[in-house]
Design a protein around this ligand. Sequence first.
Ligand code: NAP
Ligand code: ZN
Length: 356
Amino acid sequence: MYRTKAYAAAGKTAPMACTSIPRRDPTARDVQIEILFCGVCHSDLHYARDEWHEVFPAVYPCVPGHEIVGRVTKVGDGVTKHKVGDLVGVGCLVDSDRTCPNCKAGLEQFCPGQVLTYGSPDKHGTGPATYGGYSASIVVDEHFVLRIPPNLDPAGAAPLLCAGITTYSPMRHWGVTRGKKVGIVGLGGLGHMGVKFAHAFGAHTVVFTTSPGKTEDARRLGADEVVVSRNADEMRKHAGSFDFILDCVAAPHDVNAYIHLLARDGNLTMVGVPDQPLPVNVFGLILQRRSVSGSPIGGLAETQEMLDFCGRHDITADVEVIPIQRVNEAYERMTRSDVKYRFSIDMASLKAEEPA
Ligand code: NAP
Ligand code: ZN
Protein backbone atom coordinates (compact mmCIF):
# COMPACT_ATOMS: atom_id res chain seq x y z
CA MET A 1 0.00 0.00 0.00
CA TYR A 2 1.15 3.55 -0.64
CA ARG A 3 -0.42 6.97 -0.06
CA THR A 4 -1.28 9.56 -2.66
CA LYS A 5 -2.62 13.13 -2.58
CA ALA A 6 -6.30 13.70 -3.32
CA TYR A 7 -9.15 16.17 -2.91
CA ALA A 8 -11.93 14.87 -0.68
CA ALA A 9 -15.19 16.03 0.86
CA ALA A 10 -15.38 15.16 4.57
CA GLY A 11 -19.18 15.48 4.68
CA LYS A 12 -22.12 16.60 2.58
CA THR A 13 -21.74 20.30 3.36
CA ALA A 14 -17.94 20.32 3.58
CA PRO A 15 -15.94 21.93 0.75
CA MET A 16 -13.42 19.68 -0.91
CA ALA A 17 -9.87 19.95 0.43
CA CYS A 18 -6.50 18.25 0.09
CA THR A 19 -5.98 14.98 1.93
CA SER A 20 -3.96 11.80 1.53
CA ILE A 21 -5.56 8.44 0.62
CA PRO A 22 -4.30 4.86 0.47
CA ARG A 23 -3.88 3.03 -2.86
CA ARG A 24 -2.97 -0.65 -3.23
CA ASP A 25 0.38 -1.67 -4.72
CA PRO A 26 -0.32 -3.01 -8.22
CA THR A 27 -1.09 -6.76 -8.23
CA ALA A 28 -0.41 -9.02 -11.25
CA ARG A 29 -3.34 -7.69 -13.35
CA ASP A 30 -3.17 -4.06 -12.18
CA VAL A 31 -2.12 -0.87 -13.91
CA GLN A 32 -0.85 2.11 -11.89
CA ILE A 33 -1.67 5.46 -13.49
CA GLU A 34 -0.40 8.99 -12.85
CA ILE A 35 -3.55 11.08 -13.35
CA LEU A 36 -3.09 14.01 -15.73
CA PHE A 37 -6.68 15.27 -16.07
CA CYS A 38 -10.00 14.46 -14.43
CA GLY A 39 -13.36 15.78 -15.68
CA VAL A 40 -15.94 17.17 -13.26
CA CYS A 41 -19.27 15.36 -13.74
CA HIS A 42 -22.54 16.53 -12.17
CA SER A 43 -22.71 13.03 -10.62
CA ASP A 44 -19.60 13.97 -8.59
CA LEU A 45 -21.60 16.86 -7.09
CA HIS A 46 -24.79 14.77 -6.52
CA TYR A 47 -22.67 12.17 -4.73
CA ALA A 48 -20.37 14.47 -2.70
CA ARG A 49 -23.43 16.36 -1.41
CA ASP A 50 -25.29 13.09 -0.75
CA GLU A 51 -28.20 14.17 -2.99
CA TRP A 52 -28.79 10.53 -4.05
CA HIS A 53 -28.85 9.34 -0.42
CA GLU A 54 -31.83 6.97 -0.80
CA VAL A 55 -30.31 4.97 -3.65
CA PHE A 56 -26.59 5.60 -3.37
CA PRO A 57 -25.63 6.99 0.05
CA ALA A 58 -22.27 8.76 0.17
CA VAL A 59 -19.38 7.35 2.21
CA TYR A 60 -17.03 10.00 3.63
CA PRO A 61 -14.39 11.06 3.11
CA CYS A 62 -15.31 10.87 -0.56
CA VAL A 63 -12.94 11.46 -3.46
CA PRO A 64 -15.08 11.94 -6.60
CA GLY A 65 -13.88 11.77 -10.20
CA HIS A 66 -14.61 9.17 -12.90
CA GLU A 67 -13.37 10.90 -16.04
CA ILE A 68 -9.71 10.03 -15.72
CA VAL A 69 -6.89 10.34 -18.24
CA GLY A 70 -3.31 9.58 -17.26
CA ARG A 71 0.01 7.86 -18.02
CA VAL A 72 0.83 4.32 -17.02
CA THR A 73 3.64 4.36 -14.43
CA LYS A 74 3.76 0.68 -13.48
CA VAL A 75 2.11 -2.60 -14.55
CA GLY A 76 1.74 -5.99 -12.82
CA ASP A 77 3.49 -9.11 -14.21
CA GLY A 78 0.31 -10.43 -15.87
CA VAL A 79 -0.70 -7.23 -17.65
CA THR A 80 -0.85 -7.56 -21.44
CA LYS A 81 -3.06 -4.63 -22.59
CA HIS A 82 -0.99 -1.68 -21.40
CA LYS A 83 2.63 -0.73 -20.84
CA VAL A 84 4.51 1.97 -18.95
CA GLY A 85 4.17 5.34 -20.71
CA ASP A 86 0.82 4.61 -22.44
CA LEU A 87 -1.90 7.29 -22.38
CA VAL A 88 -4.93 5.61 -20.81
CA GLY A 89 -8.35 6.34 -19.39
CA VAL A 90 -10.57 5.12 -16.55
CA GLY A 91 -14.31 5.77 -16.40
CA CYS A 92 -17.04 4.96 -13.87
CA LEU A 93 -16.21 1.26 -13.40
CA VAL A 94 -13.08 -0.30 -11.89
CA ASP A 95 -14.29 -3.89 -11.44
CA SER A 96 -17.21 -6.31 -11.94
CA ASP A 97 -17.83 -9.99 -11.24
CA ARG A 98 -16.74 -11.03 -14.80
CA THR A 99 -19.01 -14.12 -14.65
CA CYS A 100 -22.62 -12.89 -14.87
CA PRO A 101 -24.52 -12.84 -18.20
CA ASN A 102 -24.09 -9.04 -18.41
CA CYS A 103 -20.31 -9.24 -18.01
CA LYS A 104 -20.12 -12.10 -20.53
CA ALA A 105 -22.05 -9.90 -22.98
CA GLY A 106 -19.61 -7.01 -22.43
CA LEU A 107 -22.27 -5.04 -20.54
CA GLU A 108 -20.40 -4.56 -17.26
CA GLN A 109 -22.54 -1.48 -16.52
CA PHE A 110 -25.39 -3.88 -15.59
CA CYS A 111 -23.31 -6.30 -13.46
CA PRO A 112 -24.75 -6.73 -9.94
CA GLY A 113 -21.17 -7.03 -8.64
CA GLN A 114 -19.87 -3.89 -10.34
CA VAL A 115 -17.37 -1.70 -8.46
CA LEU A 116 -17.69 2.00 -9.16
CA THR A 117 -14.60 4.17 -9.37
CA TYR A 118 -15.68 5.96 -6.20
CA GLY A 119 -18.07 5.14 -3.38
CA SER A 120 -18.18 1.33 -3.81
CA PRO A 121 -17.00 -1.10 -1.11
CA ASP A 122 -13.27 -1.68 -1.71
CA LYS A 123 -12.72 -5.41 -2.37
CA HIS A 124 -8.98 -5.03 -1.78
CA GLY A 125 -9.47 -3.66 1.74
CA THR A 126 -7.33 -0.61 0.98
CA GLY A 127 -9.99 1.77 2.32
CA PRO A 128 -13.66 1.75 3.36
CA ALA A 129 -14.73 2.70 -0.17
CA THR A 130 -13.14 3.19 -3.56
CA TYR A 131 -11.61 6.62 -4.20
CA GLY A 132 -11.95 8.42 -7.53
CA GLY A 133 -9.87 10.54 -9.83
CA TYR A 134 -9.46 13.85 -7.97
CA SER A 135 -6.11 12.40 -6.98
CA ALA A 136 -2.51 12.08 -8.14
CA SER A 137 -2.62 8.39 -8.99
CA ILE A 138 -4.91 5.35 -9.16
CA VAL A 139 -4.47 1.56 -9.46
CA VAL A 140 -6.99 -0.30 -11.66
CA ASP A 141 -7.37 -3.80 -13.11
CA GLU A 142 -6.25 -3.72 -16.76
CA HIS A 143 -9.69 -4.80 -18.05
CA PHE A 144 -11.10 -1.48 -16.83
CA VAL A 145 -8.33 0.65 -18.33
CA LEU A 146 -9.01 2.11 -21.81
CA ARG A 147 -6.65 3.20 -24.58
CA ILE A 148 -6.80 6.93 -25.42
CA PRO A 149 -6.18 7.65 -29.13
CA PRO A 150 -2.89 9.60 -29.22
CA ASN A 151 -4.27 12.38 -31.46
CA LEU A 152 -6.78 13.49 -28.77
CA ASP A 153 -6.00 16.30 -26.34
CA PRO A 154 -5.86 14.61 -22.90
CA ALA A 155 -7.78 17.42 -21.09
CA GLY A 156 -10.65 17.22 -23.58
CA ALA A 157 -10.52 13.41 -23.77
CA ALA A 158 -11.07 12.93 -20.01
CA PRO A 159 -14.84 13.74 -20.16
CA LEU A 160 -15.32 11.08 -22.84
CA LEU A 161 -14.92 8.47 -20.09
CA CYS A 162 -18.32 9.36 -18.60
CA ALA A 163 -20.12 12.15 -20.50
CA GLY A 164 -18.96 10.63 -23.79
CA ILE A 165 -19.99 7.02 -23.27
CA THR A 166 -23.22 7.95 -21.43
CA THR A 167 -24.49 9.79 -24.50
CA TYR A 168 -22.90 7.57 -27.19
CA SER A 169 -24.31 4.29 -25.83
CA PRO A 170 -28.08 5.06 -25.80
CA MET A 171 -27.87 6.74 -29.21
CA ARG A 172 -26.28 3.59 -30.64
CA HIS A 173 -28.83 1.42 -28.82
CA TRP A 174 -31.83 3.38 -30.16
CA GLY A 175 -30.49 3.58 -33.71
CA VAL A 176 -29.59 7.24 -34.11
CA THR A 177 -28.45 7.58 -37.72
CA ARG A 178 -28.77 9.82 -40.76
CA GLY A 179 -32.41 10.64 -41.46
CA LYS A 180 -33.48 10.55 -37.80
CA LYS A 181 -34.65 13.62 -35.87
CA VAL A 182 -32.95 13.73 -32.48
CA GLY A 183 -33.41 16.07 -29.53
CA ILE A 184 -30.84 16.77 -26.83
CA VAL A 185 -32.22 18.33 -23.64
CA GLY A 186 -29.84 20.36 -21.44
CA LEU A 187 -26.59 21.74 -22.86
CA GLY A 188 -24.18 20.82 -20.09
CA GLY A 189 -21.38 18.26 -19.97
CA LEU A 190 -23.46 15.31 -21.18
CA GLY A 191 -25.67 17.38 -23.48
CA HIS A 192 -22.82 18.93 -25.43
CA MET A 193 -21.30 15.48 -26.05
CA GLY A 194 -24.76 14.28 -27.12
CA VAL A 195 -24.90 17.06 -29.71
CA LYS A 196 -21.45 16.18 -31.06
CA PHE A 197 -22.34 12.48 -31.41
CA ALA A 198 -25.84 13.02 -32.88
CA HIS A 199 -24.28 15.37 -35.45
CA ALA A 200 -21.45 12.91 -36.20
CA PHE A 201 -24.02 10.11 -36.69
CA GLY A 202 -25.72 12.32 -39.30
CA ALA A 203 -29.00 12.93 -37.43
CA HIS A 204 -31.02 16.17 -37.65
CA THR A 205 -30.08 17.48 -34.21
CA VAL A 206 -32.19 19.84 -32.09
CA VAL A 207 -30.97 21.25 -28.78
CA PHE A 208 -33.41 22.18 -26.01
CA THR A 209 -31.94 24.62 -23.53
CA THR A 210 -33.16 26.81 -20.67
CA SER A 211 -30.23 29.17 -21.35
CA PRO A 212 -30.84 31.44 -24.39
CA GLY A 213 -27.19 32.51 -24.17
CA LYS A 214 -26.07 29.01 -25.24
CA THR A 215 -27.78 29.20 -28.67
CA GLU A 216 -24.68 30.17 -30.67
CA ASP A 217 -22.58 27.51 -28.96
CA ALA A 218 -25.21 24.85 -29.61
CA ARG A 219 -25.00 25.57 -33.34
CA ARG A 220 -21.21 25.56 -33.28
CA LEU A 221 -21.28 22.18 -31.51
CA GLY A 222 -23.40 20.70 -34.31
CA ALA A 223 -27.08 21.53 -33.65
CA ASP A 224 -29.27 22.10 -36.71
CA GLU A 225 -31.90 23.87 -34.58
CA VAL A 226 -32.01 25.30 -31.07
CA VAL A 227 -35.19 25.63 -28.98
CA VAL A 228 -35.40 27.68 -25.80
CA SER A 229 -37.53 25.23 -23.83
CA ARG A 230 -39.25 27.89 -21.73
CA ASN A 231 -40.86 29.27 -24.92
CA ALA A 232 -44.12 27.28 -25.35
CA ASP A 233 -44.65 28.43 -28.97
CA GLU A 234 -41.22 27.21 -30.02
CA MET A 235 -41.88 23.87 -28.29
CA ARG A 236 -45.29 23.40 -29.98
CA LYS A 237 -43.73 23.68 -33.45
CA HIS A 238 -41.96 20.35 -32.87
CA ALA A 239 -44.95 18.35 -31.52
CA GLY A 240 -45.00 14.69 -32.57
CA SER A 241 -41.85 14.91 -34.68
CA PHE A 242 -38.89 13.31 -32.89
CA ASP A 243 -37.57 9.76 -33.31
CA PHE A 244 -35.41 10.03 -30.20
CA ILE A 245 -34.79 12.50 -27.38
CA LEU A 246 -31.91 12.28 -24.90
CA ASP A 247 -32.68 14.05 -21.61
CA CYS A 248 -29.44 15.19 -19.93
CA VAL A 249 -30.95 17.46 -17.23
CA ALA A 250 -29.61 17.19 -13.67
CA ALA A 251 -32.62 18.79 -11.89
CA PRO A 252 -36.39 18.10 -11.64
CA HIS A 253 -38.23 19.31 -14.78
CA ASP A 254 -41.34 18.51 -16.86
CA VAL A 255 -40.58 15.46 -19.02
CA ASN A 256 -44.15 15.42 -20.40
CA ALA A 257 -43.32 18.47 -22.48
CA TYR A 258 -40.70 16.32 -24.28
CA ILE A 259 -42.80 13.13 -24.48
CA HIS A 260 -45.32 15.15 -26.54
CA LEU A 261 -42.60 16.01 -29.02
CA LEU A 262 -41.98 12.32 -29.86
CA ALA A 263 -43.39 10.80 -33.06
CA ARG A 264 -45.23 7.43 -33.04
CA ASP A 265 -42.93 4.81 -31.43
CA GLY A 266 -40.48 7.53 -30.45
CA ASN A 267 -38.29 7.11 -27.39
CA LEU A 268 -37.16 9.49 -24.67
CA THR A 269 -34.09 8.22 -22.82
CA MET A 270 -33.18 9.73 -19.47
CA VAL A 271 -29.49 9.93 -18.72
CA GLY A 272 -29.83 12.87 -16.31
CA VAL A 273 -30.59 11.74 -12.76
CA PRO A 274 -32.63 14.39 -10.86
CA ASP A 275 -32.78 13.69 -7.12
CA GLN A 276 -36.63 13.66 -7.15
CA PRO A 277 -39.11 11.35 -8.99
CA LEU A 278 -40.54 12.91 -12.18
CA PRO A 279 -44.32 12.58 -12.90
CA VAL A 280 -45.18 11.01 -16.28
CA ASN A 281 -48.57 11.56 -17.95
CA VAL A 282 -49.46 8.10 -19.29
CA PHE A 283 -51.74 9.48 -22.02
CA GLY A 284 -48.66 10.98 -23.65
CA LEU A 285 -47.17 7.48 -23.88
CA ILE A 286 -50.07 5.28 -24.94
CA LEU A 287 -51.58 7.50 -27.63
CA GLN A 288 -48.53 7.22 -29.87
CA ARG A 289 -46.94 4.04 -28.37
CA ARG A 290 -44.09 6.21 -27.12
CA SER A 291 -41.60 4.97 -24.54
CA VAL A 292 -39.47 6.44 -21.78
CA SER A 293 -36.32 4.63 -20.69
CA GLY A 294 -33.02 5.20 -18.95
CA SER A 295 -29.41 4.32 -19.65
CA PRO A 296 -26.27 4.11 -17.47
CA ILE A 297 -22.78 4.77 -18.88
CA GLY A 298 -21.67 1.84 -21.13
CA GLY A 299 -19.63 -1.37 -21.08
CA LEU A 300 -15.87 -1.51 -21.52
CA ALA A 301 -15.92 -2.72 -25.14
CA GLU A 302 -18.36 0.02 -26.16
CA THR A 303 -16.35 2.63 -24.26
CA GLN A 304 -13.26 1.66 -26.26
CA GLU A 305 -15.35 1.74 -29.46
CA MET A 306 -16.52 5.27 -28.53
CA LEU A 307 -12.94 6.42 -27.82
CA ASP A 308 -11.75 5.02 -31.15
CA PHE A 309 -14.69 6.73 -32.91
CA CYS A 310 -13.63 10.00 -31.25
CA GLY A 311 -10.05 9.40 -32.36
CA ARG A 312 -11.17 8.95 -35.99
CA HIS A 313 -13.54 11.94 -35.95
CA ASP A 314 -11.35 14.15 -33.75
CA ILE A 315 -14.05 14.54 -31.09
CA THR A 316 -13.26 15.73 -27.56
CA ALA A 317 -15.20 17.68 -24.95
CA ASP A 318 -15.08 21.50 -24.94
CA VAL A 319 -13.33 21.99 -21.62
CA GLU A 320 -12.49 24.77 -19.21
CA VAL A 321 -9.26 23.53 -17.64
CA ILE A 322 -9.03 24.40 -13.93
CA PRO A 323 -6.56 23.76 -11.13
CA ILE A 324 -7.89 21.51 -8.36
CA GLN A 325 -8.00 24.54 -6.06
CA ARG A 326 -11.01 25.81 -8.06
CA VAL A 327 -13.12 22.65 -7.85
CA ASN A 328 -15.49 24.03 -5.17
CA GLU A 329 -16.15 27.08 -7.35
CA ALA A 330 -16.73 24.75 -10.32
CA TYR A 331 -19.42 22.92 -8.33
CA GLU A 332 -21.21 26.22 -7.57
CA ARG A 333 -21.10 27.16 -11.25
CA MET A 334 -22.48 23.74 -12.20
CA THR A 335 -25.54 24.32 -9.98
CA ARG A 336 -26.18 27.53 -11.98
CA SER A 337 -25.84 25.75 -15.40
CA ASP A 338 -22.73 27.91 -15.94
CA VAL A 339 -20.46 25.29 -17.53
CA LYS A 340 -18.94 25.58 -21.01
CA TYR A 341 -19.10 22.67 -21.31
CA ARG A 342 -17.05 20.55 -18.94
CA PHE A 343 -14.53 21.42 -16.26
CA SER A 344 -11.36 19.35 -16.60
CA ILE A 345 -9.00 19.43 -13.63
CA ASP A 346 -5.28 19.72 -14.43
CA MET A 347 -3.99 17.35 -11.81
CA ALA A 348 -0.48 18.84 -11.90
CA SER A 349 -2.01 21.54 -9.67
CA LEU A 350 -2.22 19.00 -6.84
CA LYS A 351 1.59 19.05 -6.55
CA ALA A 352 1.42 22.48 -4.86
CA GLU A 353 -0.87 21.18 -2.08
CA GLU A 354 -0.04 19.65 1.28
CA PRO A 355 -2.58 17.31 2.91
CA ALA A 356 -4.21 18.87 6.01
P1 NAP B 1 -24.28 19.65 -16.15
O1 NAP B 1 -23.02 19.82 -16.91
O2 NAP B 1 -24.48 20.39 -14.88
O3 NAP B 1 -25.49 19.95 -17.18
C1 NAP B 1 -26.83 19.87 -16.83
C2 NAP B 1 -27.64 20.80 -17.74
O4 NAP B 1 -29.02 20.62 -17.46
C3 NAP B 1 -27.40 22.28 -17.47
O5 NAP B 1 -26.27 22.80 -18.09
C4 NAP B 1 -28.68 22.91 -18.01
O6 NAP B 1 -28.61 23.03 -19.43
C5 NAP B 1 -29.73 21.85 -17.69
N1 NAP B 1 -30.47 22.20 -16.45
C6 NAP B 1 -29.98 22.39 -15.21
N2 NAP B 1 -30.95 22.68 -14.33
C7 NAP B 1 -32.09 22.65 -15.03
C8 NAP B 1 -33.46 22.82 -14.68
N3 NAP B 1 -33.82 23.12 -13.43
N4 NAP B 1 -34.39 22.69 -15.66
C9 NAP B 1 -34.03 22.41 -16.92
N5 NAP B 1 -32.73 22.24 -17.31
C10 NAP B 1 -31.79 22.35 -16.38
O7 NAP B 1 -24.50 18.12 -15.76
P2 NAP B 1 -23.91 16.79 -16.46
O8 NAP B 1 -22.60 16.46 -15.87
O9 NAP B 1 -24.08 16.90 -17.92
O10 NAP B 1 -24.93 15.69 -15.87
C11 NAP B 1 -26.31 15.77 -16.16
C12 NAP B 1 -27.04 14.70 -15.38
O11 NAP B 1 -26.66 13.41 -15.89
C13 NAP B 1 -26.73 14.66 -13.89
O12 NAP B 1 -27.93 14.37 -13.18
C14 NAP B 1 -25.76 13.51 -13.77
O13 NAP B 1 -25.74 12.94 -12.49
C15 NAP B 1 -26.31 12.57 -14.81
N6 NAP B 1 -25.37 11.56 -15.29
C16 NAP B 1 -25.89 10.34 -15.59
C17 NAP B 1 -25.08 9.35 -16.09
C18 NAP B 1 -25.66 8.04 -16.48
O14 NAP B 1 -24.93 7.05 -16.54
N7 NAP B 1 -26.95 7.97 -16.78
C19 NAP B 1 -23.72 9.60 -16.28
C20 NAP B 1 -23.23 10.87 -15.98
C21 NAP B 1 -24.05 11.85 -15.49
P3 NAP B 1 -29.26 24.32 -20.18
O15 NAP B 1 -28.55 25.51 -19.61
O16 NAP B 1 -28.97 24.05 -21.61
O17 NAP B 1 -30.73 24.28 -19.88
ZN1 ZN C 1 -20.20 11.01 -14.67
